[in-house]
Design a protein around this ligand. Structure first.
Ligand code: ARG
Length: 456
């Protein structure tokens, strides 16, 4: 009988079924053992436990860690969660001393501490993966600083850009994701241990000591908030959601670029699957699944927000539902980041086709308008109008802008000269975009080099 004195009978089967969390919170075993060892050491240092008890607890917990690591630990559903499973096993191993470990502590501050430690570790792992993806993108961007491709707005050909510039746009997004994860990490790094059930404790504990041992900046300041706060998990899931949204946009672009009408890039056999009926198919499944897994990550955030809304102070068992979404979203984002980095390193750009498509769809129309402004001193609005008429002419003749005859252009605007043709090529167009943050190959090469240095 786990709850001793007060309880005369065990739980109904369905009570145990709804209450049990060991199936998923066993993932917290390392954090639970680390937290308990820090707690025991502090109780010893404060004279609350004897040195002999602390030594027995410490050795016992180290041995249990080995058991779990080796897969020799028998997790028991009836013991509900990881905290009780470990404590009961410790009692089996060392007896009496184990029964003193829970002095000045509750499972409420224990689980908050364990979970924070887990999320903090996950933030570090995910951040490392984000940086690896940024590096992969920056490397490809450096190589493609001058590869011209069509730039789109509304998925309509807009102006030529370089492939490197396009890839670096994602590096910028990912750097903000890394920043959000770092912010969440800094904010979560306060230790709830010692808040006990909700009110603090009458024992002379040293919360600075446990906080420091566990790598936290400081102890949390309010015991109620300590056990009822799950903002850290929500912030983490928010950061993952925005990150997943970015990965899903990139996945969508990979899918578009690989599609037969576009054929801007191709993925090798390593990152595609075939079709069981159509032998010619080469499907970008990793990109599609990256796009799709965004759903579970958003779902995790919305799920946990919903669990937390309306919860009164302090701890409620509702909060046990905080872990699975966080674990699931972490697995998903980790796979997506690895798959995306894999695809970035794998993809081959068809630069000839990119350049050809970049020149289609009157993509240098803005360059023509800019020329009219720069050389003829026309107001931009008038230049826009003149260019529009020349584009219409090209469209009617079925030719690209660079192939409209000078005489035809002069029929629209007599002051246009032969010199205009120099700005109508895609190469001239991108080369001219030297404004800060622009797509000119010199700018892109410099930006890629800067990122590679930052990420080295
Ligand atoms: N398994 C619980 C959880 O994950 C641990 C905390 C239990 N606390 C309690 N008062 N029942 O939230």
């Amino acid at each position: 009988m786990q709850w001793g004195g007060r309880f005369g009978a065990g739980p109904a089967a369905v009570m145990q079924a709804i209450n049990v969390s060991i199936g998923f919170d066993r993932k917290l075993w390392q954090q639970d053992i680390t937290g308990s060892r820090a707690h025991a050491a502090m109780l010893g240092a404060q004279g609350i436990l004897s040195a002999t008890d602390v030594a027995a607890i410490d050795e016992g917990l180290a041995a249990i860690a080995e058991e779990i690591e080796a897969g020799r630990f028998g997790f028991i559903d009836a013991l509900e969660d990881i905290h009780t499973n470990i404590e009961v096993r410790l009692t089996e191993r060392i007896g009496e001393a184990a029964r003193r470990l829970h002095t000045a502590r509750s499972r409420n501050d224990q689980v908050a501490t364990d979970f924070k430690l887990w999320v903090r570790g996950a933030i570090d792992d995910v951040s490392a993966q984000v940086k690896d993806l940024m590096r992969a993108l920056a490397e490809r961007a450096a190589a493609h600083a001058a590869s011209v491709m069509p730039g789109f707005t509304h998925l309509q050909t807009a102006q030529p850009v370089t492939f490197g510039h396009h890839l670096l746009a994602y590096v910028e997004m990912l750097s903000r994701d890394a920043g959000r994860l770092a912010d969440a990490r800094a904010r979560l790094n306060e230790c709830p241990l010692g808040a006990a059930a909700l009110a603090g404790t009458s024992f002379p504990i040293d919360r600075q000591m446990t906080a420091q041992t566990l790598g936290f900046e400081r102890p949390t300041a309010n015991s109620l908030d300590s056990v009822s706060d799950r903002d850290f998990a929500l912030e983490y899931l928010s950061a993952l959601s925005i990150l997943a949204m970015h990965l899903s946009r990139f996945a969508e672009e990979i899918i578009i670029w690989c599609s037969s009408p576009y054929r801007l890039i191709s993925l090798s056999d390593a990152f595609t699957t075939g079709s069981s009926i159509m032998p010619q198919k080469r499907n970008p499944d990793a990109a599609e699944l990256t796009r799709a897994k965004t759903g579970r990550i958003f779902g995790a955030l919305l799920g946990l927000l919903t669990v937390m809304k309306g919860l009164p102070m302090a701890y409620a068992k509702d909060m046990q539902e905080d872990k699975e979404p966080v674990f699931d979203a972490t697995d998903a984002i980790s796979l997506c980041l690895a798959a995306t980095a894999g695809m970035v390193r794998d993809m081959q750009a068809d630069t000839a086709r990119m350049a050809a498509l970049a020149g289609s769809g009157f993509s240098t129309a803005t360059d023509l308008a800019d020329w009219l402004v720069r050389v003829l001193g026309m107001p931009f609005r008038d230049a826009h109008h003149v260019t529009g008429r020349i584009v219409k002419l090209a469209e009617d003749q079925g030719v690209e802008l660079a192939h409209v005859k000078l005489a035809d252009m002069q029929a629209v605007e007599p002051r246009i000269t032969e010199a205009v043709y120099k700005v109508l090529t895609v190469e001239a167009s991108v080369a001219s975009r030297t404004s800060y943050g622009g797509t000119a190959p010199v700018r892109v090469a410099a930006a890629a080099a800067k990122w590679l240095e930052v990420l080295a």
